[in-house]
Design a protein around this ligand. Structure first.
Ligand SMILES: O=C(O)C(=O)C[C@]1(C(=O)O)C=C[C@@H](O)C=C1
Length: 302
C-alpha cells in the first residue's frame, strides 16, 4: 500500500490535509517538514504532505527551502483547509503561564492570547500537535492546536474556534518524485523556483515573461540563498498547467534567462478557480501561431 509521510505527530492540520488527499494510502506521521521530504527522497514513503502557505502568516519557509534544495520533488495535488484553533490544557492547571504551538499558529492567535491569557508566555513547538504532547507531559500549561487534536490527546478544552482572522486558511501540498503529471483541468496551478541573475531588472524581466503570455500569478515569495548574503530565490506560483502552450513557452523563456529554474509541479487547484485566459493567450492562439511560423519557414505562407 502506498505510504504518505505527513508533518505530524497525529492531530496536526497537516494530518487532516493528508487524509483529504490520501484515499486509501497509509499515513505515516513524521516530526518535521524536512523529514517528510527526506523520507520521499530516500524511497521510504511514496509521497509527502506538508503545509506551504497560510493566508495570515504567509509562506512556510521549511517547505520552500526543502523544495529548492536536494533532489527535486513535484506537487501533484493540494488541499486548502480553514484554520481555527482549539486551546487545550491539563485538568491540574489553574493558571496558564505558558502556551505552546507552531509559530504559524501562535501568529494567528496573537490578539486572542493577549486578551484571554495575558499572563501566558508563548513558546514555540515543532507543530500544533507536538505542543499538545508537551502539555500532556507537563512541559507547558496550554497548547494551541487543530480541532482534531482533542481526539488524540486527552486534555481539557479551554476554548474552541479561536482565530484572530475569521477566514484564515492554510494550503498543503502532496509531493512526489518527478513522474507522470496530473492531467490539466482548466483550474490548475504551476509552481517554480528560480534564481534570477544579480543585475538591474532581472526579476522584472523574469516576471515579464509570464505577464506577456497572459499568465496570472497566485504567489511570489523570496527566500535567501543560504551562504550568499543578499542573493534570493523566487518561488512563483501561477495559473495554468505545463501542458498548456502559454505555460510551456513561459517556462522555456525562464529556463533561458535564469541561472537556475526548478519545476515544482502543475496540479489542480483546491479552490477550483478557473485560469484567466487573456486575449491571444489561449491554447488555440499558440497552436495557430506556431502553425503559421512553420508554414512561413517552409515557404508556404507569408
Ligand atoms: O502544526 C500543524 O498542525 C500544522 O499542520 C502546521 C501549520 C502551518 O505550518 O501553518 C498548519 C496550519 C496552521 O496554519 C498552523 C500550523
Amino acid at each position: 500500500m502506498p505510504r504518505i509521510a505527513y508533518f505530524g505527530p497525529q492531530g496536526t492540520f497537516t494530518e487532516q490535509a493528508a487524509r483529504s488527499l490520501a484515499g486509501a494510502d497509509e499515513l505515516v506521521p513524521v516530526e518535521t517538514i524536512s523529514s517528510a521530504l527526506t523520507s520521499v527522497r530516500r524511497g521510504e514513503a511514496d509521497a509527502a504532505c506538508v503545509p506551504v502557505e497560510n493566508s495570515v502568516e504567509g509562506p512556510v519557509s521549511a517547505t520552500l527551502d526543502g523544495l529548492a534544495e536536494e533532489s527535486p520533488l513535484v506537487a501533484v495535488a493540494e488541499a486548502l483547509l480553514p484554520v481555527h484553533f482549539t486551546v487545550l490544557t491539563r485538568d491540574d492547571v489553574e493558571t496558564v503561564r505558558t502556551v505552546a504551538s507552531h509559530p504559524h499558529a501562535l501568529a494567528q492567535v496573537r490578539w486572542w492570547l493577549e486578551h484571554n491569557l495575558p499572563e501566558a508566555r508563548a513558546v514555540v513547538s515543532s507543530s500544533t500537535a507536538a505542543a499538545a504532547v508537551a502539555v500532556q507531559r507537563g512541559e507547558y500549561d496550554a497548547a494551541v492546536t487543530a480541532p482534531v487534536a482533542v481526539e488524540h490527546y486527552p486534555l481539557r478544552v479551554l476554548a474552541t474556534e479561536v482565530a484572530d482572522v475569521p477566514d484564515a486558511r492554510t494550503r498543503f501540498l502532496l509531493l512526489r518524485p518527478p513522474g507522470v503529471l496530473p492531467e490539466p483541468t482548466g483550474s490548475d496551478r504551476t509552481s517554480i523556483v528560480a534564481a534570477a541573475a544579480n543585475r538591474t531588472g532581472a526579476l522584472a524581466e523574469l516576471l515579464a515573461e509570464l505577464a506577456t503570455r497572459g499568465i496570472n500569478l497566485t504567489r511570489l515569495d523570496a527566500r535567501p540563498i543560504k551562504g550568499n548574503f543578499g542573493l534570493y530565490r523566487f518561488f512563483i506560483d501561477f495559473e495554468g498547467h505545463v501542458a498548456e502552450p502559454r505555460i510551456g513557452a513561459a517556462l522555456a523563456a525562464l529556463r533561458r534567462r535564469c541561472n537556475n529554474v526548478r519545476f515544482l509541479g502543475s496540479h489542480p487547484r483546491a479552490d477550483g478557480v478557473q485560469a484567466t485566459i487573456e486575449p491571444g493567450a489561449a491554447n488555440d492562439d499558440f497552436g495557430n501561431a506556431d502553425a503559421w511560423v512553420d508554414a512561413v519557414r517552409k515557404g508556404e505562407l507569408a
